[in-house]
Design a protein around this ligand. Structure first.
Ligand code: ACO
Length: 331
């Protein structure tokens, strides 16, 4: 049977650290409130001159190096983002140019915080259904700082910037069962009003009149999103396990979307997953939307939390509302 594996992975977070103490000087908040309600201690933010494509390029460069291939070996580039550099061309095209690639198809996917899992599913299906394709570059990259209202304490403490990338490849090793075992994605458009952004453009809102600025920023019903996030992430994770005849005991590590420590703890509690199996890095990154899962996956690998043959469950939830889960046997 054809299988698709993660052949290479890389991530990049910008250098500039924005701590909770820094936020105390910007809005009426305090570090204790932020840590208690979210678990976040600091996040990384871009310079004005850095765009989502710059972060994505750095992550992609590392993933290609890790996979030991060049951009010439890539047959398709998919970018998950809600903070594209421009309305068009797609950030995938911009990153292709930065990498020095040409000719192959490039497009963006918008499923907010679930974007990486959506892009993973699309990429996997391309590889399984098109024998001419060998390697697909999947990138999650976000400059959330460009769509956060830095005067709104209820949202500005949550988000951060960053990027993660993987190279997905068809595997020919007949003695292995490693790879992306399954991906399940879903959405409920009727819940879109709970979390949305009227206009998004990581180049803006510089130069926009203050009365117009509001249109660029994230709007969120925090408590409703919180409840939906737990409900949907538990149900999509349970569904993907069930349809593969697996239980949480078979899982070595869960890589949940890094939105809020309380959401992650509630999922662990509800699904009876020991907390030590839940990988968490949001203390240092905040919520990086579509970049959150590939950054966490890369950091879990770098820190020795993933061994060959481990079964990984990734699960995400985001605006849309969208959700998704993937099962990965690591190679
Ligand atoms: N500092 C201090 N006080 C604050 C802050 C802040 N940064 N933000 C809100 N407050 C105040 C509120 O004004 C409110 O005060 P009041 O009682 O006087 O009215 C009080 O704290 C409680 O506010 P709530 O919104 O009820 O706080 P809650 O416990 O729900 O926590 C939070 C808010 C952290 C946003 C939570 O609802 C949450 O995490 N929701 C999920 C949001 C999320 O993760 N979104 C990301 C996108 S989707 C995804 O990635 C899963």
């Amino acid at each position: 049977m054809e299988r698709v594996i993660i052949r290479g992975i890389g991530s990049y977070i910008p250098e500039c650290v924005l701590s909770n103490a820094d936020l105390e000087g910007m809005v009426d908040t305090n570090s204790e409130w932020i840590v208690t309600r979210t678990g976040i201690e600091s996040r990384r933010v871009c310079l004005d001159t850095e765009m989502a494509s710059d972060l994505g390029y750095e992550a992609a460069r590392k993933a290609l190096e890790n996979a030991n291939i060049s951009v010439c070996d890539v047959d398709l580039i998919i970018v998950a983002t809600v903070t594209p550099d421009l309305r068009f061309p797609a950030t995938a095209c911009i990153i292709q140019e930065k990498l020095g690639g040409t000719d192959v198809p490039c497009f963006d996917v918008n499923a907010v915080c679930s974007g990486f899992i959506y892009a993973l599913d699309v990429a996997r299906n391309f590889l399984l259904n098109n024998s001419k394709m060998k390697n697909v570059l999947v990138i999650g990259t976000e400059k959330m700082s460009s769509i956060v209202d830095w005067e709104d304490r209820s949202t500005c403490v949550l988000f951060g910037d960053g990027a993660g990338a993987i190279v997905l490849s068809r595997d020919t090793d007949e003695n292995s069962d490693a790879g992306i075992l399954d991906v399940l994605i879903g959405a409920d458009g009727s819940l879109g009003r709970l979390l949305y952004c009227p206009i998004c453009d990581s180049g803006g809102p510089a130069g926009v009149k203050s009365t117009e600025k509001d249109a660029y920023f994230i709007k969120m019903e925090g408590r409703e999103v919180f409840k939906e996030a737990i409900k949907r992430m538990c149900s999509v994770a349970e569904d993907v396990l069930q349809r593969n005849d697996l239980t949480v005991d078979d899982i070595s590590l869960v890589i949940p979307h890094q939105a809020n420590m309380r959401i992650i703890s509630a999922i662990a509690d509800r699904m009876k997953i020991p907390e030590k199996k839940m990988f968490v890095n949001l203390q240092r990154t905040g919520n990086t939307s579509a970049a959150s899962i590939p950054i966490a996956l890369d950091e879990a690998l770098q820190s020795g939390n993933i061994q060959s043959e481990d079964l990984i469950l990734t699960v995400a939830f985001g605006g849309g509302m969208t959700w998704g889960a993937a099962l990965i046997r690591w190679k």
